[in-house]
Ligand binder design. Structure first.
Ligand code: GLV
Ligand code: MG
Length: 347
């Protein structure tokens, strides 16, 4: 076992010190772009202004014969775009692919000082994080990278879910995790053909009615268990949890409902794969104005966060004060980026 005193030491001579806490950043949507397509690269500067994070995708959905073009396209776009406050991430190929080594060497070598996060697909256990951690340290040292590049794991295999707590605790380089419902469905042997969201057959049938009338069938959330485990693993290690992709671009309402469940369960953002999903994620992962106003009333009524008060007939105490702080702190962060919402929040 690694000694606790070594946990925060750089893994290579000349690599930057690991962070003790994540930088405070708004990451409501992780917006994916396919960097092998010229047209998409051309749109990047405009898109970067509308989103919290852009992710250059080198993995699934990029054809095998376009992997090198995607890598080169990502480097070109990353080098020439001014991202301002917007995060720059890359989803590299998986550890068992022939491409990842060159993805890391070339991307960190060319744009390591602009890159915030490497997204690691199909993370199975802490050993995957340790491997990437060590290579990133070597590449940071070799290329004079000044701040540590963080790791975001995609939770998309049965084994990854089994090891989710150990993945979260594997390195101070961990940023967080995203649910990868498409790969996870396959890995678990789920009988679905979708990318995220619910399923019409997964639900609960109402009890038989005395009059023999039609029984209601209520769809349930297929992802509730996994999101819950991911949120607990992330939050107990100071990391952030995200819903991943929602693949039905025709069904914005279902996308919104799925994102909102994740938000209420503790996630801070989701992937946007289509421009429509940017607005959905912005709406869902910015706290509701009514909730922020109520949270502010709780905080004002209990300035030191202790005791008990009644507000509109509802009991408030130290625990609801903490809930109010979660919402209010998020609202303050959103307000730094969104003047319209800041005004609605009264901030
Ligand atoms: C994402 O990569 C997924 O498999 O859902
Ligand atoms: Mg996947």
């Amino acid at each position: 076992m690694k000694l606790p005193s070594n946990f925060y030491k750089p893994l290579a001579i000349g690599a930057p010190e690991p962070l003790r806490e994540l930088p405070v950043r708004l990451e409501r949507m992780l917006h994916f772009f396919p960097p092998h397509l010229e047209k998409m690269r051309a749109k990047l500067p405009e898109i970067a202004k509308q989103v919290d994070v852009v992710v250059g995708n080198l993995e699934d959905a990029i054809p095998a014969d376009a992997k090198e073009a995607a890598r080169a396209g990502f480097i070109e776009a990353a080098a020439k775009t001014d991202f301002g406050q917007t995060g720059l991430w890359v989803r590299v190929n998986s550890l068992n692919s022939p491409w990842i080594l060159e993805d890391l060497i070339q991307v960190v070598g060319a744009v390591g000082n602009k890159l915030d996060v490497v997204m690691l697909p199909k993370a199975e256990g802490p050993w995957d994080i340790h491997y990437l951690d060590q290579i990133l340290a070597q590449l940071e040292a070799r290329n004079g990278v000044r701040k540590p590049i963080l790791i975001h794991a995609i939770l998309e295999t049965a084994q990854g879910v089994k090891n989710v707590d150990d993945i979260a605790a594997a390195s101070p380089r961990m940023h967080g995790m995203s649910l990868g419902p498409a790969d996870l469905s396959a890995s678990r042997g789920m009988k679905t053909t979708r990318v995220g969201g619910g399923h019409p057959f997964y639900g609960v049938l109402e009890d038989p009615k005395a009059d023999g009338g039609v029984r209601g069938f209520f769809q349930q959330d297929l992802w509730h268990y996994t999101v819950g485990r991911m949120v607990d693993a992330c939050m107990s290690n100071g990391l952030r949890a995200f819903y991943g992709p929602f693949g039905d671009f025709q069904d914005d309402a279902a996308c919104e409902a799925q994102f909102r469940n994740a938000f209420l369960q503790g996630c801070v953002g989701a992937w946007s794969l289509h421009p429509n999903q940017i607005a959905i994620a912005k709406r869902v992962f910015s706290p509701d104005v009514g909730e922020v106003t109520f949270a502010k009333r709780i905080i004002d009524a209990m300035p030191d966060g202790t005791g008990a008060v009644m507000i509109d007939g509802k009991m408030q105490d130290d625990a609801t004060w903490k809930q109010a702080k979660v919402i209010f702190d998020l609202a303050k962060l959103v307000a730094t980026k969104d003047p319209a919402l800041a005004a609605q929040y009264g901030l």
